[in-house]
Design a protein around this ligand. Structure first.
Ligand SMILES: NC(=O)c1ccc[n+]([C@@H]2O[C@H](COP(=O)([O-])OP(=O)(O)OC[C@H]3O[C@@H](n4cnc5c(N)ncnc54)[C@H](O)[C@@H]3O)[C@@H](O)[C@H]2O)c1
Length: 400
């Protein structure tokens, strides 16, 4: 087996943990086009607050760079760039295209490339492969490995998650692939069918999105019919095969995006999926539902002239990620209604929070009269403890 020089292309929520796992064993190149991100990481700062300074210390001569020429030496590329949707909900592959164009300049005979971004079936073999082939006429190997990392989750961290690794089998390259992916994950599940692996990732997130949507719909129904949702669920849960999902504000880069990738793929075959996107509107409507609930409570309790804090702006508990966050959208709407309202989120990077006018220090907001909790961060225990001490202070809890 020849010596492996891995390169992780894109050092965000997914790429950085992959890089950190690999640098324990390999000389890795971490490549990102975002100069500021590279600068921060080289100063051992992760603005996503997923890793502490000591975890970002470089080892085995690994480097983090935005200089393409450093890719020359690499022979095992892992691509972890964003895959958003356009305004019309169509997959936007521009980051993938640019990443593969870059790799295409440096690829050598028998190099291995794995795409880890979430994509619709066929992207790896028909889009990514073509970009490389257009650039260089060399024999290379390309595969797909879905990423299941769950930011903010300290239990199911990258080393404890099973990983699907798909590539056309070839005795020559399998040992290198196993060496790299065994260093990242607890267990690898090999398959030769790349399209099936790509689809499996979309299904994982679509299933979750739909299940949360059902719970959201049922919660709204209970609200409208004056029934206690929590009590209804307590009763339903006593059946052995009841699935335990909770209602909530769905955001982030995955759940609000991936069902559209799935339905885009189905559309290409003139197949109109009926269930896949059914939950999207319901999940998005939670912004309006929670907003209106808060407005009612603020007005009923005559709190409009009091000091109100919106606690938690990120898309889910214990992460710093504001992408597609409904909590953040609710805050922006409330701010228009009650300009004195203040946002507090200690999970967000301090400098970014400053720019966005978000408080991160509890001391600066503790005098408030009402705390509206939109995201249930672990760090909010102090709010509950604080409010308990005062009769005139209130908490409104809308946790997702
Ligand atoms: N965030 C999650 O929880 C999660 C979980 C599983 C899968 N995914 C998937 O992983 C992929 C990456 O998501 P993410 O959350 O890590 O995104 P991210 O925005 O946090 O990170 C992506 C990084 O890629 C960099 N980048 C963009 N174009 C580049 C290029 N051409 N060359 C080098 N770097 C480039 C960006 O600067 C950014 O730092 C997406 O497809 C997403 O659906 C995300």
């Amino acid at each position: 087996m020849k010596k492996i020089f891995p390169c992780v292309v894109g050092l965000g929520y997914v790429g950085l943990p992959v890089f950190i796992s690999l640098k324990k064993k390999f000389q890795v190149i971490g490549f990102d086009i975002d100069k500021k991100r590279v600068q921060d990481l080289n100063h051992q700062i992760d603005v996503n607050n997923e890793f502490k300074n000591y975890q970002l210390k470089l080892s085995n001569k690994s480097i983090i760079t935005n200089k393409e020429s450093n890719l020359k030496k690499c022979n095992f590329f892992i691509v972890t760039v964003p895959t958003p949707i356009n305004n019309n909900k169509i997959p936007n592959l521009r980051y993938i295209v640019s990443a593969f164009k870059t790799i295409g300049k440096y690829i050598k005979k028998d190099d291995i490339i794995f795409l880890e971004s979430t994509v619709f079936p066929g992207t790896t073999e028909y889009i990514c492969k073509k970009i490389i082939k257009k650039n260089k006429n060399v024999k290379f190997h390309i595969g797909y490995s879905s990423e299941r990392i769950n930011p903010g989750d300290k239990i199911h961290n990258i080393s404890k998650i099973n990983k699907v690794v798909s590539i056309k089998h070839n005795k020559k390259i399998i040992p290198s692939i196993k060496k790299v992916y065994n260093c990242i994950s607890k267990k690898i599940i090999m398959t030769e069918n790349i399209k099936e692996a790509e689809l499996s990732k979309l299904i994982e997130n679509t299933q979750r999105d739909l299940n949360i949507a059902l719970m959201n719909e049922l919660m709204i129904l209970c609200h409208k019919t004056n029934l206690d949702f929590n009590e209804v669920i307590r009763l339903a849960k006593t059946k052995w095969n009841f699935l335990n999902f909770s209602p909530g504000l769905v955001g982030g880069h995955c759940l609000p995006v991936d069902p559209y990738y799935l339905s885009y793929y189905a559309n290409k075959f003139n197949f109109k999926t009926k269930v896949t996107l059914a939950g999207r509107n319901t999940n998005n409507s939670m912004e309006k539902f929670i907003y209106e609930k808060i407005c009612k409570k603020i007005i009923n309790k005559k709190m409009i002239n009091k000091k109100i804090i919106i606690a938690g702006l990120t898309y889910k508990p214990n992460v710093a990620d504001l992408r597609n966050s409904l909590a953040n959208k609710i805050f922006k709407r409330l701010k228009k209604l009650v300009p004195s309202i203040v946002a507090y989120d200690p999970t967000i990077n301090h400098n970014l929070a400053k720019k966005l006018n978000i408080e991160t220090n509890f001391k600066n907001i503790k005098k408030a009269d009402m705390f509206i909790i939109l995201v249930q961060h672990n760090k909010f225990k102090n709010i509950y403890m604080h409010v308990k001490k005062y009769k005139n202070k209130k908490i409104l809890d809308f946790h997702s």
